[in-house]
Design a protein around this ligand. Structure first.
Ligand code: FAD
Length: 468
């Protein structure tokens, strides 16, 4: 029997689902939100927030290790991992609690349980292990998110072979670790563990770390990783593992090289969690990898059903899920929708050094057929970077080449170095507004800030410059 009726029923309480609920409720819609585990999804519980919290712990350790340069005396570094985990959990709990309050204040009805599409596209069942309730909505939004991918022959446990889920709560930091996968998540984990004393080997199948990032940026990361004792191996396939009392021996590469470590961290990407949604009942189309296919306003193949976030084949980022949720609610309301510009999404990687970019790298701009001109400047000469004691890194701006050799439209900005994740905002606006270098160069950058380097790098493309 069909119970309560809503304007919108959202399945999944992660960034995609809760953003659809909050934005929809703020527009006056009556919303139901179904979550089977814990509000906040991957991002708040086992993703962005805990990962960045542990990286901040690593940053504190680096600061303490370099305190002597500033004339501050410290005793030898001691890590109380239990305190770190408690702090991390307290931040998660505050955010999850705050989200619950926000949803309550906006009068979103939250159901605990597994949501599945019912007999038709407007009906959803919610099962909590005790009972099954049926609710309905004029529109349904699928936001089931994703789960870590695993590797055949690498059985996951709590400490020997782990994914991000287990690593983020690991009871003790390993003495040594092999991280499989040098994307954003793997690179962040490698950086964090190395700064906290783990001997790390990072194994990546592609020729370079961090797909999408300009190779000038990733070269800086690789150099820094190596300097800090991380063994970086790119262009190698991981083949197998053997676990015994000495640890886990991983075999990789064409020559069957091996490394024996306490812990293996699998960070090879995430698969869509579409299988619990009952998609076959209503015929919502999925691709060969299980991602729900959508059009540019996130409509699925079934009218009245939308899908957002990691469960669709777009960049798996919390802020992309937010953007897709907004697009979806506007589409449900019948408003004019500007689809997400997926080629210009901001990416931030919080390793040390940090990497942040939006738009084309030099290589991808050339592959797309642009005649480009680039400007690169290093943090080495930036006053604030010297004050902070972190001068490693650069800003690179890629622009369309004008007939006179100067830069025209800004196609991409790629940064590596201190606090670049906090500096990407204005670069992202420039790329997405399709600003020219002249447009941006006229704006003031406050002094002394790291962001002066972005202004200088853009200005150099006008053919004139100040310090750069
Ligand atoms: P999820 O967050 O996965 O949420 C889906 C929710 O749906 C889950 O709570 C799940 O329990 C629930 N669910 C699934 N099926 C059902 C069902 N049938 N019924 C009811 N509930 C269901 N992104 C960034 O932007 N920045 C970062 O710095 C960043 N760092 C990350 C670090 C790590 C270690 C990881 C793993 C991810 C990181 N991400 C980051 C990615 C980000 O977490 C995801 O892109 C984001 O959480 C996706 O949101 P979502 O709502 O689509 O899915």
């Amino acid at each position: 029997m069909t119970g309560q009726h809503f304007d919108v029923v959202v399945i999944g309480g992660g960034p995609g689902g809760y953003a659809a609920a909050l934005y929809g409720a703020s527009a006056g819609l009556n919303i139901a939100l179904i979550e089977k585990k814990r509000l906040g999804g991957t991002c708040l519980n086992v993703g962005c927030i805990p990962a960045k919290e542990l990286l901040e712990t690593a940053s504190v350790a680096r600061t303490v290790n370099h305190a002597g340069e500033f004339g501050i005396e410290t005793s030898a570094l001691g890590i109380q991992w239990g305190t770190t985990l408690t702090r991390k959990q307290a931040i998660i709990d505050r955010l999850v609690g705050g989200l619950g309050m926000l949803l309550k204040n906006r009068k979103v009805t939250v159901f605990d349980g597994v949501g599945q599409l019912g007999v038709d596209h407007q009906t959803v069942t919610v099962s909590n292990g005790v009972e099954t309730t049926t609710i309905s909505g004029d529109a349904v939004v699928l936001a089931a998110g994703s789960e870590p991918r695993t590797l055949d022959g690498f059985p996951v446990d709590d400490s020997r072979i782990v994914t991000s889920d287990e690593l983020l709560s690991i009871p003790e930091l390993p003495g040594s670790a092999a991280v499989i996968g040098g994307g954003a998540i793997g690179s962040e984990f490698a950086s964090m563990m190395a700064d906290l004393g783990t001997k790390v080997t990072l194994l990546e199948y592609e020729k370079k770390l961090m797909p999408g990032a300009d190779s000038d940026a990733t070269k800086v990361v690789e150099r820094s990783f190596k300097k800090r004792g991380i063994t970086v191996r790119t262009g190698v396939a991981v083949k197998s593992q053997v676990t015994n009392e000495d640890g886990v021996t991983v075999t990789f590469g064409d020559d069957d090289e091996t490394v024996t470590v306490d812990t293996v961290v699998i960070a090879i990407g995430r698969r869509p969690a579409s299988e619990t949604l009952g998609l076959d009942r209503t015929g919502v189309a999925v691709d060969a990898r299980g991602f729900i296919t959508v059009n540019d306003t996130c409509r699925t193949s079934v009218p009245g059903v939308w899908a957002v976030g990691d469960v669709i084949p777009t960049a798996q980022l919390a802020h992309v899920a937010f953007a897709e949720a907004i697009v979806t609610i506007k589409d449900i309301l019948g408003e004019t929708v500007i689809p997400v510009a997926y080629d210009k999404v901001p990416w931030c990687i919080y390793s040390h050094p940090e990497v942040a970019f939006a738009g084309h790298s030099e290589a991808s701009a050339k592959d797309a057929g642009y005649d480009v001109v680039v400007s690169k400047h290093r943090f080495m000469g930036n006053g604030r970077a010297m004050i902070v004691g972190e001068t490693e890194g650069l800003v690179k701006v890629i622009a369309e080449k004008q007939p006179d050799g100067t830069g025209g439209k800004i196609l991409g900005v790629h940064m590596v170095g201190p606090w670049v994740t906090e500096q990407l905002g204005q670069a992202y606006l420039a790329v997405n507004w399709e600003a020219t270098v002249e447009d941006v160069a006229q704006f003031i950058q406050p002094h002394p800030t790291m962001s002066e380097l972005f202004g200088e790098t853009v200005m150099a493309l006008t053919g004139r410059s100040l310090h750069a």
